[in-house]
Design a protein around this ligand. Structure first.
Ligand SMILES: NC(=O)c1ccc[n+]([C@@H]2O[C@H](COP(=O)([O-])OP(=O)(O)OC[C@H]3O[C@@H](n4cnc5c(N)ncnc54)[C@H](OP(=O)(O)O)[C@@H]3O)[C@@H](O)[C@H]2O)c1
Length: 244
């Protein structure tokens, strides 16, 4: 076992996940580029290695329990522990032309399978390896759209943003899970937080988003590298708390 930290980022073949891997890699952390598509993961890891980063592709489909188990077994074999888990993979599958009451149950299930159950299954599988770290960190990618407080408050920045209800509620579940897990882990060296990256220019965020990728990864990277006095059980953006 070496002393260099190892971080696994799910959904790291593109977007905020890839940029998070890049920024963690530039901090001399070994990065495991999680991707459900082996070829896409390899291309992303090759790109980061070309930038001088110690990056390795790992196949991980968070909605496939077998894939998660295989990935955890591989990390255990190759590294013996995990220091950072960034649960970044996510989907926005809502039919934006429909109202909340008109969205299909199949779409709610698809959304929760990845954004919630996939995130929990991945966390459960990697927790034994995170417990072996001197300072385990878990970052759950949430969204301001998961803020139930803002959704319930007329005039809040997202009050009118109700066209992706399954996504919004899935991220509210991620927030609630983060609080539950932080309590479970409060007497360990592991810290777990929910991150809102900002509205970022990615395939999900779209070209009209306000933030560039470089800034969009900063909240995840800060929480992933927080020191022993860092937060646990919070929901934040760029170091500032958001309402649950
Ligand atoms: N962009 C924003 O403005 C914004 C705002 C708030 C929160 N977020 C959150 O930030 C995270 C990253 O978003 P992004 O904007 O970078 O999105 P993105 O560009 O669409 O990337 C999403 C990533 O998740 C992967 N993914 C989806 N389902 C997966 C599965 N079952 N197993 C493994 N990987 C899977 C995708 O893989 P494929 O390439 O194979 O599809 C892709 O690598 C998400 O959790 C998102 O909800 C984004």
């Amino acid at each position: 076992m070496n002393n260099k930290k190892t971080a696994l980022i799910t959904g790291a073949n593109k977007g905020i996940g890839l940029e998070t891997a890049r920024q963690l890699g530039k901090k001399d952390i070994t990065v495991l580029v999680g991707a459900r598509d082996a070829e896409k993961g390899k291309r992303a890891a090759d790109k980061l290695r070309g930038e001088g980063i110690d990056a390795h592709a790992i196949v991980l489909d968070v909605s496939d329990p077998e894939s998660i188990q295989k990935a955890a077994a591989q990390v255990e074999k190759d590294f013996g522990r995990l220091d950072i888990l960034v649960n970044n993979a996510g989907v926005m599958a809502d039919d934006k032309g429909k109202k909340v009451s008109e969205q299909s149950l199949a779409m709610w299930r698809e959304t929760f399978d990845t954004n919630v159950f996939g995130l929990i299954a991945t966390t459960n599988a990697f927790l034994p390896l995170l417990r072996k770290s001197a300072a385990g960190r878990i970052v759950n990618l949430s969204s301001i759209l998961g803020s139930t407080g803002f959704h319930a408050k007329p005039g809040s920045p997202i009050y009118e943003s109700k066209d992706t209800p399954a996504y919004n509620v899935s991220k509210a579940a991620v927030n609630a899970y983060t609080v539950q897990l932080a309590h479970d882990l409060k007497d360990t060296k592991i810290k777990v937080n929910a991150a809102h990256p900002g509205w970022v220019k990615t395939d999900m965020g779209g070209p009209g988003a306000m933030m560039e990728l470089e800034d969009g990864a900063k909240t995840s990277v800060a929480l992933a590298t927080a020191g022993p006095d860092g937060p646990s059980g919070t929901f934040e953006h760029m170091g500032k708390p958001l309402p649950w």
